[in-house]
Design a protein around this ligand. Structure first.
Ligand SMILES: Nc1ncnc2c1ncn2[C@@H]1O[C@H](COP(=O)(O)OP(=O)(O)O)[C@@H](O)[C@H]1O
Ligand SMILES: N[C@@H](CCOP(=O)(O)O)C(=O)O
Length: 314
């Protein structure tokens, strides 16, 4: 039996919900923007890494997060007195690393979903999410679910403060277009977390809470005007924007040309821009290709919300 699982790219934070809001996205042209993990039985555990961005990962398979996922999954199996089997995992690394597109989350989610399907789903979604969070924390230095949750479950996910339920799906603006512009340079999530202040003022806390609450309320009422009226990232963008060459100029241009909102996807350097109609999205995508990309590895995709999340391909 051979199982192939795809896990999509995501926008961490979505500007206004630092560590607590995330949206899965898929290009409208059908490109698979995400990682694919294939699993099959084998005589011993093995990980092969292929794909466009395979060379950007550690050469030793044991240092790949997919290998850590296998070990973690097997330890959960043993705790439940299930006997894990040796498997051959193949990671098709389609996602650039350190991109702000939730690249490590794609590998983590695809690997853990593939393992769970291979063993006929011994673990429920909540248990899998906890495993995914643990793996993401290992890479970025602290626990945040805003990439793994949308990547796994699809759509717009709001992380909850409760212990027994990690995330809930918000009604998203599914008709809108999300332009994703990856400039082709790397920004490490761990390093981009280290530039943030340890504490924020009372005024900043009030502003953050008010903007996020206003957006969530608007999602439920499909009130686009309220949702995007104030879409300011007061937690991360002011401290991270210097890591993204040309971000401020691009944001100002895109907003002046009809973008509804512009922000840093995850910890960057990918920029996202939300548009109401496809023609504007295509025009702004062309401008970003010419003005925001820094190396030949960069790309721009016009996307929609991916409401499916991780899925078996075959
Ligand atoms: N399968 C994998 N996918 C992505 N990164 C991986 C993987 N395995 C190990 N890594 C390492 O984890 C780190 C991921 O960096 P990070 O900035 O968190 O990426 P991203 O923001 O794109 O998720 C890099 O040092 C990378 O070498
Ligand atoms: N909330 C995190 C999101 C990181 O996303 P990534 O795609 O850059 O890994 C943060 O902003 O640190």
């Amino acid at each position: 039996m051979k199982i192939e699982v795809f896990a999509p790219a995501s926008i961490g934070n979505v500007s206004i919900g630092f560590d607590v809001l995330g949206l899965a996205v898929q290009p409208v042209d059908g490109t698979l923007l995400g990682d694919v993990v294939t699993i099959e039985g084998a005589s011993e555990n093995k990980l092969s890494v292929v794909g466009e961005f395979a060379s950007k990962l550690p050469a030793e398979p044991e240092q790949n997060i997919v290998w850590h996922c296998l070990n973690l999954f097997n330890s959960y199996m043993e705790k439940r007195a299930f006997q894990p089997m040796p498997v051959h995992l193949t990671l098709d690394k389609k996602m650039p690393v350190g991109s702000g597109l939730g690249s490590s989350a794609c590998s983590v989610v695809a690997a853990l979903v593939a393992l769970n399907v291979f063993y006929n789903k011994p673990f429920d979604d909540e248990t899998l999410l906890k495993m995914m969070g643990e793996m993401e924390a290992q890479i970025s230095g602290s626990l945040h679910y805003d990439n793994v949750a949308p990547c796994f479950l699809g759509g717009l996910q709001l992380m909850l403060p409760t212990a027994n339920k990690v995330t809930t799906t918000l009604p998203s603006f599914d008709d809108h277009f999300y332009i994703m512009a990856y400039p082709g340079i790397e920004v490490s999530t761990k390093a981009a977390r280290e530039v943030l202040p340890d504490s924020y003022s009372r005024a900043q806390a009030i502003e953050y809470g008010q903007i996020l609450a206003s957006f969530v309320d608007a999602c439920y009422r499909k009130d686009e005007e309220q949702a995007f009226a104030i879409f300011d990232d007061v937690i991360a963008e002011p401290y991270r924007k210097h890591l993204l060459p040309g971000f401020e100029q691009a944001r100002d241009y895109l907003m002046a040309q009809g973008g509804l909102a512009v922000g840093i996807s995850g910890s960057g350097p990918t920029l996202f821009c939300i548009c109401k109609n496809e023609q504007t999205a295509n025009e702004l995508a062309c401008w970003l290709k010419e003005n925001y990309l820094k190396t030949p590895l960069g790309f721009v995709h016009v996307c929609k919300a991916d409401t499916n999340g991780a899925r078996v391909l075959n």
